[in-house]
Design a binder for this molecule. Structure first.
Ligand code: ADP
Length: 448
């Protein structure tokens, strides 16, 4: 009806007078003048059909009533809600006149009575539809009672009864279906709006996380650079003082050794941070060449020896058969030393660490096992994430940064491999990864 329509809280549309209406009803009401004109036009066009009789005076009266009806239709939006039934009732009256002018029951015009009922079932409330049905009953019965035979023979009672029943069933069914459709459309609309809001929130959170991540990487890179230069200088001067043993007492030499060990640890942390910061900005590239892994394992054993001996941990190297793989030597040293130093670090005094390499299905499988504190199953999925440390590692006060495994995994991936873990808390852990053997490929550039 040309209205600006508010939306109810439950997402269902209301007309300007606050009555629930389906979108179809609103669409019909907004075009009430066009629809009324069209329906009346069709009714008058049907007058041209051959008919048992023709009463032009009634046609003229019907024409005047039709014009009045179009006038009412054009102002319904300014009238009270009750006028919603005025146009359909008026239409019933016009149709009744036209029916009578064309011969009554024999004219076949009775079908026109269904149009306003259809209209009301789509646009109106149930009580309004009931009013329309009463109008239909009146349009059928008044001529039967007042005029009667021959234009309205007694057989007309039967068809009147059938038409009213069909109209009532159809009208209420349409109303119910329309309500159900609108209710489910409103529900879907509400869900869609919720999803839309959630998507907007998620993308905003994502944007902020990306920003924070970027900020963190920048800070890490900056701090690492700033630490590296002074550290190099500190270590250099410490070495100079240590080598100049004329000036130092044995106690002072011990202090210098401790300072150097800590400076070395700090260097490892700074190097790890820088390595990861570079990984963020560019992919890790490795140059694959034949590498004798048994030598790398022996080197790792040497590197771990001082700590292992201090904790009375037995480190055994078990290498079976040919041990050459395709890999980037420098990176593999980093990877294996990381796993071995972890194995020693997370194994209590008196435990054992076993490093092995063997050919399995044409690949060289390297394994580092220990009898250490182990990892809870729920934490295994996280240990390769940067800065992640298991609760038992922290509870036991074992030092670390949570960077080693992230670096080790990125190196393994750059070699087309993935580090696997088996662990039983309190019993031990084994890390495993496979490397391509030289027979599987030429020297090539591989990317992570
Ligand atoms: P860091 O050793 O500096 O703490 P890593 O990235 O090397 O960091 O390891 C991440 C975490 O995985 C460790 O903090 C520890 O909780 C767990 N972890 C790694 N290796 C072992 C191991 N051999 N036994 C038990 N836990 C381990």
């Amino acid at each position: 009806m040309g209205l600006e329509l508010p939306t109810a809280d439950d997402g269902q549309p209301e007309s300007a007078v606050g009555v629930w209406q389906s979108p179809t009803a609103l669409w019909l009401e907004r075009r009430i003048v066009q629809h009324t004109t069209l329906a009346l036009g069709v009714a008058f066009a049907l007058i041209a059909m051959p008919a048992p009789r023709r009463d032009w005076s009634e046609v003229v009266v019907a024409g005047i009533a039709a014009l009045a009806l179009i006038g009412i239709a054009s102002v319904t939006h300014r009238l009270p809600r009750v006028t919603v039934v005025l146009v359909p009732l008026g239409y019933l009256a016009v149709a009744a006149l036209l029916r009578d002018s064309a011969g009554g029951s024999l004219s076949g015009f009775g079908g026109l009575y269904l149009l306003p009922i259809l209209w009301l079932s789509l646009c109106a409330t149930a009580p309004e539809l009931v009013i329309g049905l009463f109008g239909l009953v009146a349009a059928q019965l008044v001529p039967l009672l007042v005029i009667g035979s021959p234009h309205y023979p007694s057989s007309g009672w039967r068809s009147a009864f059938v038409q009213v029943s069909v109209a009532a069933i159809a009208g209420f069914t349409i109303q119910r279906l329309t309500r159900m459709t609108v209710a489910s459309a409103a529900e879907s609309g509400a869900r869609a709006r919720e999803l839309e809001q959630a998507t907007v929130q998620l993308s905003e959170q994502n944007r902020r996380l990306v920003e924070l991540d970027q900020l963190k990487d920048n800070v890490v890179a900056l701090v690492s650079h700033e630490l590296r230069t002074p550290l190099t200088s500190i270590i250099g001067y410490l070495e100079m003082v240590r080598d100049d043993d004329r000036a130092l007492s044995p106690a002072q030499t011990g202090y210098i050794e401790i300072a150097m060990r800590n400076a070395d640890r700090l260097t490892i942390v700074v190097n790890d941070l820088l390595f990861l910061a570079r990984l963020e900005s560019s992919e890790l590239t490795v140059t694959l060449r034949p590498v004798d892994v048994s030598l790398l394992l022996a080197d790792a054993l040497e590197a771990a020896k001082p700590t292992a001996e201090a904790k009375q941990i037995v480190v055994a190297v078990d290498v079976a058969g040919p041990c050459v793989c395709l890999g980037d030597r420098e990176r593999l040293v980093q990877l294996i030393e990381n796993l071995v130093s972890n194995a020693v670090k997370f194994t209590p005094p008196g435990g054992q660490v076993r490093i092995s390499a063997a050919e399995v299905d044409g690949l060289l499988e390297v394994a580092v096992g220990d009898t250490g504190i182990g990892i809870e199953p729920a934490e295994i999925a996280h240990i390769f994430s940067r800065f992640y440390r298991t609760s038992s590692a922290m509870d036991d006060g074992i030092p670390g940064t949570g960077l080693g495994l992230a670096i080790a995994q990125s190196i393994a991936k750059a070699h087309g491999s993935v580090i696997g873990v088996e662990s039983i808390p309190g019993t031990g852990t084994t890390f495993r990864f496979s490397l391509p053997s030289p027979s599987r490929g030429q020297q090539l550039e591989s990317r992570a």
